[in-house]
Structure formats: C-alpha cells, structure tokens
Ligand binder design. Structure first.
Ligand code: AMP
Ligand code: GLY
Length: 429
C-alpha cells in the first residue's frame, strides 16, 4: 500500500530524509518555513508554513491525507507538533513535547540522567540566579561548560579553557537573559554522534559520525549548527574502538529504557575522554549535518522503519553500505555571527558531479535559488575511504564555485582526521 508521508522541515537534514524516501512506496508531502528546492523536487506537494504552529501543520497533513509524519527540526518538537499530529490520528515519527525535553531542556536532560542512572553524566548544577552561577564558577575547581537550558540552535554553549576564561564566562551569563543556565564539568576528548531509530521500546543504531561545530578551519571561531561531518565504512570512527562505540550505544539503550513511549530519532552527542564515554547532550531528532552522512548509506528502506514504528512492530534490522562519507556545508559569508543573505546559489545536482547535493536554508524564487542567513547547502561524498569521500565532496565544491559562501575545506582531510587520532592517543597515555 502506498503511504502518504508528511515531512516537516526544510533544511539539509530534511532533504536527506526526503531522498531516503524518494524510492519508497510513498507519496511524500513536505512543509517548511522556506521553500527547499531539493525537497520540493522529490515531494508531490510542498507547502510553506510556520512549522512551529501545530494547527498549521495538522491542517496541511489533513489536507493531503497523511498516514504518517516525520519531523526534522527540534523547534517543531518543542512546539508540540508531534502531539498535535498524533492527536489528529497521524502517527508521527518524532517525540511528543514532553519526551523531546531530553533535548529542549538541558537541565531536565541532566537530572533525568542522574535520576535514571544513565551512564556518562558529567558533574553539573543548574541555576536560575545569575550571581549564584557566577559564584559557582569562582568556587569550582576546574573548567566548566556554560549552557543555556533551552534551545539555541547549537550556538549557546561557551566552554571555559577553550572559548572563554572565567571572567568572560561570568560576563556571558550576566549579559544574556537566559532563564536557566546549566554549568557542567568541561569534558576533554573527541566528540562523536550516534543516531538511533526508536519506537515500541526498541532502538536501531546507525554508524558514528563526527560533526565540526566551530565555524573556521582548524576548529577556530564561534560554534555553529555544524559545518560538516564524516563517517567511516564501519560503525566506529578512526579514533575510537568498537567497544567504545558499544559503550555509547549502551547509554542510548539506557535512555530508551527509562523514557517510556519515546518514538523518533534519539541522537547522542558523546565525548570520548580518557575516562571513557561521556554525554555532551541528547537530541530528539536527526542531526544536521549527521543525517546526510547516515541516510545515504542506509540500505534498509526508511519507510519500513516508519511503518513498523507506527504499526507497533519490531523495527527492521538496519543494513548499511560499508562506505565512508564526508559532508561539507557551504554557509553564507559571515555565518554564524553576521551572515549575509541573498547570494545566488550556483550549484545544482549536475555540477555536484559524483557528490550528493543537499539544499539547506535556501529559498527558491522565480529567478533562482538564494541564500538566507543560515547554512546554504551541503555536498556529500560517499566512497571506500574517508580520504576518497573528501575528494568527491571537494571536487563538487570546486566545480560549482562558492562565491559569497564559506566552506571548511579541512573537514575529512587526512591531516585533520589524523589529528583526532593523535589527540585520543595522547589522552589515553
Ligand atoms: P550542545 O549545544 O550541548 O551541543 O553544545 C555545543 C558544543 O559545546 C558541543 O558540541 C561541545 O563541543 C561543547 N560542549 C557542550 N558541553 C560540553 C562539556 N560539558 N564539555 C566540553 N564541551 C562541551
Ligand atoms: N549537528 C548538531 C545538531 O544537529 O544538533
């Protein structure tokens, strides 16, 4: 039976979800705040609407007769879009507002880990009072990560000893108007992501991915939503062991066991430290860019995952192509602090050559595709090794040109991957 699927969201991540469903027995409809040309090309219908307004999404879902929905962005989850769709009888692969707090409230996330005995929780304290937080910084023996409790698009965290010193940390807290701040032990190591499909009390895991949050090459500059990412042809990454991958999966399993009724993607952001796996955060959705590393190598039909989840069945076992991926985002000049929107995007699927092209926060107008103030598009190389995948991605960027845009060319290059391996080797000694 052909399923009618509604996809919510219009970024690179959602373009990857759309592409994962393109060959499935599904009629795909999509809605997002921006008209993403990649999604619009795959979908039967595309509606521009505010995806944080549940009635607007439900109304479109009902108009198109959706049997199922998939939610990409966290803001829609926080707004209760999954709750509203579920209430309207449209099964939604994405947690309801309460379960999405695992991402949307970092204070809740840490208290939950502590209460449920989920392994890998760093020392933390949550503060409502600015001066009490500043006192804690003065008294704490060591560096802290300063984290607004709510969503900040990945841009709110400041890490002492890396981005700020104690005085700058306190000034940041005093100058901001966040309701609640979580201060937690600074973790040192290499970060990685594992995304799991979760439904009916089960989880199915995908290969580890390493994202690059910092805006500039060499991991300099402000944090971004993610500038690019890579995965290897195995489940783990070159700087970690198979056992370490499985330790991280055990953390995700502990979360699923403790969160009754969670459905959707559970994303674990981990730090591999000298003392093993620690949790940086959980997200309640696919990562962006990480979805673009994972879904292109998924051989299992993603629609089978969605229908099994909906029908209360066991999720299918996942099969992956044993290939490496490298994803590079092109972002507007000045991103993330002072982005310049309005550049015309030159790349298209033909000029991307062997790379996969994913459009992100661009806008399709009558006379072409234009950048907004957020990430513009990503190219993904898929090949036998990280090095070859990187070359495929770079080749696409070179051929298409990136005028008015910026790219971290170092992502996935042998030098940077080796630095990660050396860093872990040094910490383990
Ligand atoms: P988040 O918004 O929680 O993903 O944090 C953004 C980035 O801040 C993470 O990807 C890490 O690089 C960094 N970060 C967050 N928490 C910590 C921590 N406890 N120690 C060190 N770095 C952290
Ligand atoms: N890549 C980071 C995120 O999706 O939150």
């Amino acid at each position: 039976m052909t399923e009618t699927v509604l996809l919510v969201g219009g970024g690179g991540r959602e373009h990857a979800i759309a592409r994962a469903l393109a060959d499935s027995d599904a009629d795909l409809y999509a809605c997002a705040g921006n008209r993403n040309p990649g999604i619009a090309e795959i979908a039967v219908g595309f509606e521009t609407l505010d995806t944080t307004t549940p009635p607007a999404v439900v109304s479109y879902a009902e108009d198109v007769g959706a049997d199922l929905a998939v939610i990409g962005p966290e803001a829609a989850l926080e707004a209760g879009v999954a709750d509203a769709l579920d209430d309207a009888g449209i099964y939604t692969f994405g947690p309801q507002e309460e379960e999405a707090r695992i991402e949307t409230d970092k204070g809740f996330q840490r208290r939950f880990m502590e209460k449920e005995g989920v392994p890998g929780c760093p020392d933390f304290e949550e503060f409502r009072d600015t001066e009490a937080a500043c006192e804690y910084i003065d008294e704490y023996d060591g560096d802290l990560a300063i984290k607004p409790a709510g969503l900040t698009g990945g841009k709110g965290v400041r890490v002492m000893g890396d981005q700020v010193d104690a005085e700058e940390a306190k000034a940041y807290i005093r100058d901001s108007d966040y309701d609640r701040i979580v201060l937690e032990e600074r973790l040192i190591g290499e970060e990685f992501t594992i995304q799991a499909f979760v439904a009916n009390g089960e989880l199915r895991v995908t290969p580890a991915v390493q994202d690059h949050k910092r805006a500039y090459e060499g991991d300099e500059g402000p944090n971004t939503g993610g500038m690019g990412s890579y995965s290897d042809g195995s489940l783990e990454l070159p700087f970690m062991t198979e056992d370490e991958y499985h330790d991280a999966v055990d953390v995700l399993r502990a979360v699923v066991d403790a969160l009754d009724g969670y459905k959707g993607v559970l994303y674990g952001q981990f730090m591999l430290t000298a003392d093993g796996i620690k949790v940086v955060e959980f997200n309640a959705r696919f990562g962006d860019p990480e979805a673009m590393n994972t879904l292109p190598v998924l051989n299992t039909d993603f629609l089978d995952v969605l229908t099994a989840a909906r029908d209360g069945e066991k999720l299918p076992k996942l099969a992956f192509q044993r290939q490496a991926t490298v994803c590079k985002y092109a972002v507007p000049d000045g991103y993330p602090t002072d982005p310049e929107a309005g550049a015309k995007v030159q790349i298209d699927a033909d000029s991307a050559g062997d790379a996969l092209l994913f459009y992100a926060s661009v806008d399709e107008r009558d006379d072409g595709i234009y950048t907004t103030t957020s990430r513009s598009f990503a190219v993904v190389g898929v090949a036998d090794s990280i090095t070859e995948a990187e070359e495929v991605a770079e080749d696409a960027l070179q051929r298409a040109g990136t005028d008015g845009l910026r790219v971290r060319h170092d992502i996935g290059k042998p030098d940077l991957v080796q630095r990660r391996i050396d860093h872990m080797a040094e910490l383990r000694d």
